[in-house]
Design a binder for this molecule. Structure first.
Ligand code: CA
Length: 221
């Protein structure tokens, strides 16, 4: 899952980005409010980790304007000041969750997974689509009741398809959902990972709609 991290503190930002990657997220990192607003408009993030005290434009301002534009991306705010007012203002402005610095990276990851699940309409910890069951925390997949071993990229691709089951996704949308800026992407990367997924699971888990994109049926068998 691709996350946007907005944090102006270089040391903290570096640590959070590395921690998110370790937990299996792809994380883009911007350091001010203007860059954050641009990135959120341009890329399909699964969630945003937003510091409130930022140069150029405050985190609260970025949050308010994206909610005004009806952008519903899950947002977790970070606040250095452990004051009730900050948190209340952030939540009232449309944040979905918050953490007070300093925080544990494992807790941040768990909260992001919960936000992404809820945004996908599934409050359960295990995501299921027909015969597929995926555990985002343990990063395990069962198909027809049997555990299957997938590479990190295959797992991420399957996760994107399962969250969007019943919806057609273009190759560009899939690539944008999977890869952070600066990551090396082969032009046919999505096709290669999909090929492996179909081989390891079943050819029918994802349909190819020629010239349009790809579709995971809601009743994968
Ligand atoms: Ca800050």
């Amino acid at each position: 899952m691709r996350i946007l991290l907005v944090e102006d503190d270089a040391l903290l930002g570096d640590g959070i980005q590395a921690g998110l990657r370790q937990q299996g997220f792809s994380a883009d990192w911007v350091r001010d409010g203007v860059a954050a607003a641009h990135a959120i408009e341009a890329e399909p993030y699964a969630a945003v980790v937003l510091d409130l005290g930022l140069p150029r434009r405050s985190g609260l301002d970025v949050l308010k304007s994206l909610r005004q534009k009806k952008n519903l991306v899950p947002v977790l705010i970070l606040t250095a000041r452990d004051t009730i007012e900050d948190r209340v203002t952030g939540l009232d402005a449309g944040a979905d969750d918050y953490l007070v610095k300093p925080f544990d990276l494992g807790e941040l990851s768990a909260r992001l997974r919960a936000l992404i699940r809820r945004a996908g309409g599934s409050p359960a910890a295990i995501l299921t689509v027909g015969a597929l069951a995926l555990d985002p925390a343990a990063r395990t997949v069962d198909y027809r009741g049997e555990p299957r071993i997938l590479s990190a990229r295959e797992f991420d691709l399957l996760h994107v398809f399962m969250i969007n089951a019943g919806r057609v996704l273009s190759r560009e949308q899939l690539a944008a959902a999977l890869y952070a800026w600066g990551e090396e992407i082969e032009s046919n990367a999505v096709d290669v990972h999909l090929h492996h997924l179909r081989r390891k699971l079943s050819p029918g888990i994802v349909q190819t709609l020629r010239g349009v994109g790809y579709l995971m049926p809601r009743d994968v068998r």
